[in-house]
Design a protein around this ligand. Structure first.
Ligand SMILES: *Cc1c(COP(=O)(O)O)cnc(C)c1O
Length: 237
């Protein structure tokens, strides 16, 4: 086979992240099997998705509808069938029905309008995406998305009552200049409240390249890791 330095780079980075996760689980006294790694491939080409798939990755994360749809459409059907596609970006209600066409999991549901739009799309495309309620842990409505903690129960009930969406839990991004540990501890409480009413909502999606250890310590079940594996992205906005 022709040398593929990018595949080697991804393999090395992936192994390093897997080691971090294993170490974090060990120090939190958790079983490694309780934590799933989603590799966030936004801004990187479908070719990298193929390389990651060859390295055993089965969960990928994307945050922009157009980019994600094109990338997923580029994959051979056997590879596509072998991957779970997680949509983790902010949703607009006009785009949400389209996201239901290809996303297996949607992490970023944060208002009633989005629940309705995703559900409409899921019914139209005959799909049943798993969804998480995104929780805003910043307390300042800084526009990174997410429902305030007091709105989460109502949204969870709406999702559970939808036609096609399957409620699986909660998601959050740690505040930019806050204490990730404290934020994830709060998320864990919100998750427990949701689970008390919806026993299948067991997922806690939290933790990125910079804070996955704090997330594992606070009970995260799904980590969303991009730059530590793929390298740095072009700056946002
Ligand atoms: C981009 C992104 C990630 C991955 O972030 P890294 O710091 O690159 O690991 C995780 N979650 C969300 C919501 C993102 O938008």
């Amino acid at each position: 086979m022709a040398p593929d330095p990018r595949a080697d780079e991804l393999a090395i980075n992936l192994a390093a992240v897997q080691e971090r996760i294993a170490a974090a689980c060990a120090s939190a006294g958790r079983d490694r099997g309780e934590v799933s790694l989603i590799v966030v491939t936004k801004f990187f080409p479908a070719q990298d998705v193929l390389r990651l798939h060859a390295l055993g990755v089965r969960d990928i994360g994307e945050s922009r509808d157009q980019e994600a749809a094109a990338k997923v459409a580029d994959l051979a059907p056997d590879v596509r069938a072998d991957l779970r596609v997680h949509f983790i970006g902010q949703l607009q209600s006009n785009k949400a029905p389209h996201v239901s066409a290809y996303a297996d999991v949607v992490h970023s549901v944060d208002r009633a309008k989005i629940v309705a739009a995703l559900d409409r799309g899921a019914v139209a495309h005959e799909r049943a995406p798993q969804v998480l309620v995104q929780v805003d842990l910043s307390g300042d409505d800084a526009g990174r998305g997410g429902a305030s903690p007091d709105q989460v129960a109502g949204l969870a009930d709406r999702i559970a009552a939808s036609h096609a969406l399957r409620l699986r839990g909660v998601m959050a991004v740690a505040p930019l200049d806050g204490d990730a540990g404290a934020a994830f501890a709060r998320l864990r409480e919100v998750a427990a409240d949701v689970r008390a009413h919806h026993p299948d909502a067991t997922w806690i999606s939290a933790g990125m390249s910079g804070d996955l250890e704090s997330a594992v310590a606070a009970g995260a079940t799904h980590l969303r890791v991009g730059s530590a594996i793929l390298g740095s992205r072009p700056p946002r906005r």
